[in-house]
Design a protein around this ligand. Structure first.
Ligand code: 2NL
Length: 343
């Protein structure tokens, strides 16, 4: 009996010491297992009860219960206190500042070429044009023949054009879309035709076998070169800034007569000459002209009644100039470090 009494007293002392050193709720849980668990110290002491006489047993049982209740009560209060403390600490660490600005997620953005196409088309929509689209695989007849680019012309060489069959090509400009519109409807016609075009060029810093073009076409009674100049002047001011001026230089295209190349005053120096315009003060942005009477006739429009102007803009070239991009390949490689710069 006195052995058991001593064991219980030792157990109580050992527990009291251990509980004062328990610094966390998980340490307290461990003590509970260690002292009161199935394989714990109390269990092994109580196993010794079997050896006691019937007279000794009640007093021993009472003592064991007292010790157990003492341990249980202390475990309980320690657990409550430590859990409370841990919660306070967690709340302190997890404090949320609801006034902090959010972290913006990158959700993707339009491609720089799409941006330039949308912007240019938007300006012409504002001038009353509508958008027309057509196939990228075209009849040789629409891409060349009806535009007065005859057989044997260098542009029709297999060196420059992707042929699908004798009669079919990947369009080398978006003009065949305009040909289709003219063949289908009588004037007034006022359209812009954006899209991909194809030339058999090797890929380098300034050439790509696929690129983008926007062509415009206006056909009506009494359309003059003055309308061409006025429309392109409005366009240039909106795209490149209010102070922009345009200049026409004589040129030659088979499908327009007269034809011109159109320069604008340099967006960097305003015309005094700098690195951007290579000291010229002017930057070439597009080609244009009065639709050749033969082209109108080829499409069933009477050139004695109607006249028109047309123009073509290279999208990559415009975007490269505008954003200072020196290598066309950037547009096609889908490197996010490049694309993220145009949001
Ligand atoms: C350039 C030149 C140009 C046209 C495109 C055109 C279309 C028809 C009839 C007449 Cl259906 N002309 N398009 C006219 C002049 C110039 O593009 O340098 N483009 C990048």
């Amino acid at each position: 009996m006195s052995d058991l009494k001593q064991d219980l007293a030792r157990l109580k002392t050992a527990f009291d010491e251990a509980i004062t050193e328990a610094m966390s709720s998980s340490a307290v849980e461990q003590l509970k297992v260690q002292f009161l668990g199935k394989k714990g110290e109390m269990t092994s002491i109580l196993r010794g009860m079997g050896a006691l006489s019937a007279e000794e047993r009640p007093a021993a049982g009472q003592l064991a219960n007292q010790v157990r209740e003492h341990i249980e009560a202390k475990l309980e209060s320690a657990l409550t206190a430590l859990k409370e403390k841990e919660k306070d600490l967690r709340l302190k660490h997890e404090k949320i500042d609801v006034t902090m600005p959010g972290v913006r997620q990158f959700q993707g953005a339009r491609h720089p070429l799409t941006k330039v196409i949308d912007e240019i088309c938007g300006i012409f929509l504002g001038l009353g044009f509508t958008i027309a689209e057509g196939p990228e695989v075209e009849l040789d007849e629409y891409n060349f023949e009806l535009l007065r680019i005859p057989e044997g012309h260098p542009a029709r060489d297999t060196q420059d054009t992707f042929y699908i069959t004798d009669k079919m090509v990947l369009r080398t400009q978006t003009s065949p879309v305009q040909i289709r519109v003219m063949k289908e409807q009588q004037p007034p016609i006022k359209i812009v035709c954006p899209g991909k075009v194809y030339r058999s060029d090797a890929l380098d810093a300034t050439h790509s076998p696929i690129f983008h073009q926007i062509e415009g076409l206006v056909v009506d009674k009494g359309v003059t070169m003055g309308d061409l100049v006025g429309s392109l002047q409005l366009f240039a001011r909106q795209l490149f800034g209010e102070k922009t001026q345009i200049r026409l230089r004589p040129h030659h295209f088979p499908f327009t007569e007269p034809s011109c190349e159109v320069d604008i005053t340099c967006w960097n120096c305003g015309g005094s000459g700098c690195r951007t315009c290579k000291g010229e003060g002017w930057i070439e942005v597009l080609g244009a002209g009065m639709v050749h009477p033969g082209v109108l006739r080829n499409c069933g429009i009477d050139p004695e009644v109607y006249s028109g102007f047309a123009f073509g803009i290279g999208v990559e070239r415009t975007a490269m100039g505008r954003y200072g991009i020196d290598d066309i390949r950037n547009f096609y490689e889908n490197d996010l470090r490049f694309l993220r710069q145009f949001r």
